[in-house]
Design a binder for this molecule. Structure first.
Ligand code: CIR
Length: 252
């Protein structure tokens, strides 16, 4: 069970963050409303929210998931793969130090939390434009001490591994078609999202409830078939900045 979540308010400069999406300029007012609804959903699932202030000069810093990997045992502060985001991680050190012992990804390693999916004691690490082999292997060594086994998975499309693959409970992953035949994922049950709903691959499982983005009816039907509660949240503005449900919190 998760009991805590760390979030950061999007700042007024959030539209200056990195993005590859061609969905237009996001709206700040709507972003704040959607972020608030997201925090409320986590609260209603029993999590105590620690809401950080916007981080000046780091418009993407509300995507807090990328700067740390938090397990029961410790927090690993990452070294973000995008130059423009490097530095965000330092602000998370005092915050997480209050909850867990810390470890760090160091140069030449780069790693974004968005590339790390933990299912029980298995850690899947996407090798992407943000996460390199050195970063993945540092994380693997740190977590192996605590009994985790890691596997790397190349990420050829999408920003992060979890943009395309997320855990929906038990031994089941939800994923985009691009990952459906991957040998590294063959021992999981796989629910494959239709290609016109790729974005909906990014769901978030919190204490037995699946949070899923609004606007993807075919994926919603598939998730409802799992017989667990499903909550739909509008993430239209984060999506314009290449972000989604997993990116906006650290849960533990
Ligand atoms: C970036 O490009 O880094 C941000 N605009 C989006 C980060 C999304 N984070 C995530 O998927 N974990």
């Amino acid at each position: 069970m998760f009991t805590h979540a760390i979030l950061r308010q999007p700042g007024p400069d959030f539209a200056q963050g990195l993005t590859t999406s061609l969905l237009g300029t996001p709206d700040y007012g709507r972003m704040l409303e959607q972020h608030h609804a997201y925090a409320q959903a986590l609260t209603s699932l029993g999590l105590q929210i620690e809401m950080l202030e916007p981080l000046p000069d780091f418009p993407d810093a509300y995507f807090v998931e990328d700067v740390a990997v938090v397990t029961k045992e410790l927090s690993v502060i990452t070294r973000p793969g995008a130059e423009a985001r490097r530095g965000e991680e330092f602000s998370m050190i005092p915050v997480l130090a209050r909850h867990r012992p810390l470890a760090h990804i160091t140069d030449p390693g780069t790693l974004d939390g968005g590339d790390v999916l933990i299912v029980d004691r298995t850690v899947l690490i996407g090798l992407s434009n943000r996460t390199n082999v050195a970063g993945a292997s540092q994380l693997g060594s740190i977590l192996s001490i605590h009994g985790y086994q890691t596997r790397t998975v190349p990420v050829a499309e999408g920003l992060h591994f979890k943009s395309s693959v997320t855990w929906v409970g038990g031994n089941t992953l939800l994923m985009s078609e691009a990952f459906a035949e991957r040998a590294e994922l063959a021992d999981f049950n796989r629910i494959v999202v239709d290609s016109d709903e790729d974005y909906a691959s990014n769901t978030l499982l919190v204490n037995g409830t699946i949070l899923t983005p609004a606007g993807f009816p075919k994926t919603l039907r598939k998730l409802r078939g799992l017989d667990v509660p499903v909550v739909v949240l509008d993430t239209s503005e984060a999506r314009k900045m290449d972000g989604g449900l997993t990116c906006m919190s650290l849960r533990f």
